[in-house]
Design a protein around this ligand. Structure first.
Ligand SMILES: *Cc1c(COP(=O)(O)O)cnc(C)c1O
Ligand code: SF4
Length: 369
């Protein structure tokens, strides 16, 4: 695979600068005035940018921007505001997963007995238009202080049933290497914490951030898992592939959490192509999420049956390793539920009838209890 073709505006940038994540962050596009000369904006995009400036602004790395095609491009639609974000819908929440209600201490959500979600920063290289946490991402003032995080660590110390800590945000890789390593080391020093997961979209929006130096420094704290967030095979560039390869080479176990988005990735071919890209780079499709009912995302949400139909189309056709769980995170804090296409068509005493390959019916004699 060859390197991403840069947007013409960045062609004169040296390779060293282009592949330096700090350069990418410093040159993020965050204003209409800076975006206008780079992208032939539609009136709907321009209106969206103006309307959302005060509520959920945008930010785009030069790398991610270089993947943009026309207005329907699945990458562009994830990053550029659209006037449809201002349309209210019947089901709009600010904090759909009630994360702030299940917070025993600030900046930590403890919903499932053995897992906790820790928010270490509220910034990200690119602000995804479908973000569930848009109530706080991008707002630097709401980021936790050192003392706040000490409270969270103390909570984990007195709550030994938490074995799995998800380090999230924002994007934890927005922190400096020193700060991130400090946090991970602090968690690893808690004996009851077995697994640490880093939840980061940097492999997608800023793959240059996945440096060998950072990974070498994190290596002593394994087992470290990475939950990343590829949504479309177009994001599977040479740079993203190299970032995933580096993670696997350094012993990280990578899982992908995609979000179903209307007109962006809501068809079996796209999900299958994304799954094949991930498997080639030793990352496993993990979840395919129903888009949460966050205000501003109504135009991106798909009907729930789309998710089960995609699974139905994929099962048996592509490697089972490439098939994610389809999950709905219940609004109001009900937790995740997974949905699968119904394959059992009848259940009569000890006989269960299933629809199998080619749509044919197969009977299974259920072993007695
Ligand atoms: C999704 C989530 C987790 C992790 O769930 P898994 O199914 O183990 O990936 C943990 N805590 C919260 C609050 C979550 O929303
Ligand atoms: S990277 Fe994650 S937290 Fe950041 S804007 Fe995207 S979805 Fe939200």
């Amino acid at each position: 695979m060859s390197a991403t073709v840069r947007h013409p505006a960045f062609r004169s940038v040296s390779d060293a600068q282009w592949s330096d994540w700090r350069w990418q962050l410093r040159h993020r596009v965050t204003t209409l005035a800076d975006l206008e000369p780079l992208v032939d904006l539609t009136p709907e995009e321009r209106a969206g940018i103006e309307a959302r400036a005060g509520t959920f602004p945008f930010a785009i790395t030069p790398y991610y921007l270089s993947l943009f095609g026309g207005p329907d491009c699945p990458v562009r639609r994830q990053a550029v505001p659209h006037v449809a974000e201002c349309e209210p819908s019947a089901d709009d929440w600010s904090d759909p997963l009630a994360e702030d209600d299940h917070a025993p201490v600030e900046h930590l959500t403890h919903r499932y007995p053995d897992r906790a979600l820790l928010y270490v920063t509220h910034t990200c290289p690119v602000y995804c238009r479908h973000c569930t946490r848009q109530r706080k991402v991008g707002d630097a003032r709401s980021a936790p202080s050192r003392a706040d995080l000490d409270d969270a660590f103390a909570y984990l110390e007195r709550t030994p049933q938490v074995r799995d800590v998800l380090v999230s945000g924002g994007d934890p890789l927005s922190l400096s290497d020193d700060r991130l390593v400090e946090i991970v080391a602090r968690l690893r020093a808690i004996p009851s914490v077995e697994v640490i997961r880093l939840c980061t979209r940097n492999p997608v929006t800023l793959p240059q951030r996945i440096t060998p130096a950072l990974l070498e420094r994190l290596r002593p704290y394994h087992p470290l898992y990475v939950n990343t967030h590829f949504n479309h095979p177009k994001e599977g560039t040479a740079e993203a592939a190299a970032a995933l390869d580096r993670l696997a080479d350094h012993g990280f176990v990578v899982g992908n959490q995609m979000v179903l988005l209307r007109g962006i990735n809501d068809d079996p071919e796209t999900v299958a192509a994304l799954g094949r890209f991930l498997l080639r780079h030793r990352a496993r499709p993990y979840y395919m999420f129903q888009c949460d009912p966050v205000a501003g995302t109504a135009h991106l949400r798909t009907p729930v049956h789309v998710g089960t139909e995609i699974l139905d189309a994929l099962r048996g056709r592509i490697s089972g390793l490439a098939i994610p769980h389809f999950a709905v995170d219940l609004p109001g804090g009900g937790g995740k539920v997974t949905l699968a296409p119904p394959r059992q068509v009848a259940h009569d005493g000890a006989v269960r009838t299933f629809r199998g390959r080619g749509g044919r019916l197969f009977r299974v004699l259920d072993p007695g209890s």
